[in-house]
Design a protein around this ligand. Structure first.
Ligand code: GLN
Length: 484
């Protein structure tokens, strides 16, 4: 087994078969992290001691033949997911020294399987961005070309998987933050249905859109990870009271007869020709496998980015009002209470976060509420309606994950509007609470990965995994230099 390319299944087999012990495996990853992370900067915190202790405990279970699917499996966790006793910074100055006194529910669930924590992965500050360059520290690079962005906001999670310094990771997705970095880094990312995974312990960005999900080397690995973290949670009232199925259940089933919708608006002028070409080529592969392509339309797509930034901004402004320098986070200075809060927030938040707070408060203020926020909510209903209409004639929807491949650092992330518009392919999925998976489907002339997204019906992640896997089985990955 080569850990550079190993899937979770390979690792499970090697651990259970005694080919490698959990501490040896953890040690190998830590060694690679020490070599590669200074260049890629995917991790904010590397938890070497914890990883070794976790691995020793896991090995006992493996020796007793009591291993669960993730026992002894090393993982990276996005740094907005609370880990008891381990810094959780949101890549922000505000939370630079924040050590949560509790675990997020997803972490409790991973611990119940005795996983191994490798470290906390970098991200855009408070998950706001699409490049991981709004991070206050650890501005992650793309493993396929370190002069380019890894995407975001879960850019750290995607990059560490892509560079082979974690076999899989958890990210979070509010408007595309699992799928777009997965696409930019040539790996697979699954954004579950809203409510599928508990958000308890996920530092909130936009509560009606946020969802935790896996980034891994394959759809199958994403399903294994989702199996571990999904489920209703009494700590999160929006978690779905739905029994958790086995998301690997449909693996290997044929896609023959399945209807795949192609909404034409996703293939417009703003999408690169090479991206369109690769996604349409994948559509043809599905046809060869017996699926039927269905043309369809989503006419409200042109308003989706505006609706998303109004809704997410409004919720962000409200969620981030808790950072006042008093309860936790950076403590500012000042002679009065007001001065202290002002100083804390001025120094604790970066430019992008401040921009969202301003936008959100503006949209919610009296006089503008009806003109902006209420309109955005109406658009949300329209987008849901259009998705429902498409699902009357199709099983899944196929789109590009992003209009372009990963761009050069400094090229786009300094122009907020340009960056917001680049979220066009992903935001409607969050607005409509749907699940979607991004899968590598090609490379452009410069060798940068291209991703396609398969969008499913609510709670139909098992079908997404099936459809993604059917393609992935015949797709050959071009590894980056860290994995070659
Ligand atoms: N790029 C989008 C934004 O900046 C999505 C972020 C996310 O999904 N967390 O808001």
């Amino acid at each position: 087994m080569d850990i550079k390319t190993a899937t979770l299944k390979d690792l499970r087999g090697a651990l259970d078969g005694g080919e490698i012990s959990a501490p040896e495996l953890a040690q190998e990853y830590i060694k690679r992290i020490k070599e590669i992370n200074p260049e890629v900067e995917g991790y904010i915190t590397v938890t070497e001691d914890k990883a070794m202790a976790d691995a020793e405990a896991a090995q006992k279970l493996i020796d007793e033949k009591k291993a669960s699917p993730l026992t002894g499996i090393p993982l990276a966790i996005k740094d907005n997911i609370c880990t008891d006793g381990i810094k959780t910074t949101c890549a922000s100055k505000m939370l630079e020294d924040f050590v949560p006194p509790y675990d997020a529910t997803v972490i409790e669930k991973l611990k119940a399987q005795s996983y191994v924590l490798l470290g906390k992965a970098s991200m855009d500050e408070f998950a706001m961005g699409g490049s991981t360059q709004t991070a206050a520290f650890a501005k992650t690079k793309n493993p396929y070309d370190i002069t380019r962005v890894p995407g975001g906001s879960s850019g750290g999670s995607a990059a560490v998987v892509s560079a082979g310094i974690a076999p899989a990771a958890l990210g979070s997705d509010t408007g595309g933050s699992i799928r777009q970095p997965a696409s930019f880094c040539g790996v697979t990312g699954l954004k579950p249905t809203y409510g599928r995974v508990s958000r308890y312990g996920l530092i909130a960005f936009a509560s009606s859109l946020d969802q935790i999900g896996p980034i891994a080397n394959s759809a199958e690995d994403c399903a294994v990870l989702l199996n571990a973290v999904a489920g209703a949670d009494e700590h999160d009232a929006t978690s779905a009271r739905k029994s958790v199925e086995d998301f690997t259940a449909k693996l290997g089933q044929s896609v023959k007869g399945m209807k795949i919708a192609i909404p034409k608006e996703f293939f417009g002028d703003s999408t690169d020709e090479e991206v369109k070409g690769a996604v349409m080529q994948a559509a043809k592969e599905y046809e060869k496998l017996g699926a039927q392509l269905v043309d369809c339309s989503m006419s409200s797509l042109k308003y989706a980015v505006a609706a998303y930034y109004l809704i997410s901004g409004a919720e962000a402004a409200s969620n981030l009002s808790r950072f006042d320098g008093i309860k936790y986070g950076l403590r500012g200075e000042g002679k009065s209470f007001d001065e202290m809060i002002k100083d804390s927030r001025s120094r604790g938040f970066g430019a992008e976060v401040k921009r969202r707070i301003l936008l959100g408060n503006y949209a919610l203020s009296s006089g503008y509420y009806d003109a902006y926020y209420r309109k955005a909510l109406a658009l949300k209903q329209q987008i849901i309606k259009e998705y429902n209409e498409i699902y009357e004639q199709a099983d899944v929807i196929l789109t590009p994950t992003a209009p372009t491949v990963a761009y050069k650092i400094g090229e786009q992330e300094t122009d907020p509007v340009k960056m917001y518009l680049a979220d066009i392919c992903t935001v409607t999925v969050n607005i409509a609470s749907l699940p979607a998976i991004s899968v590598p489907c090609g490379y452009n002339a410069e060798g940068m990965p291209i991703g396609m997204s398969i969008v499913g019906r609510k709670f139909d992640e098992a079908t997404l995994v099936q459809v993604a896997d059917a393609y992935q089985k015949n797709f050959s990955v071009t590894p980056n230099k860290y994995r070659a």
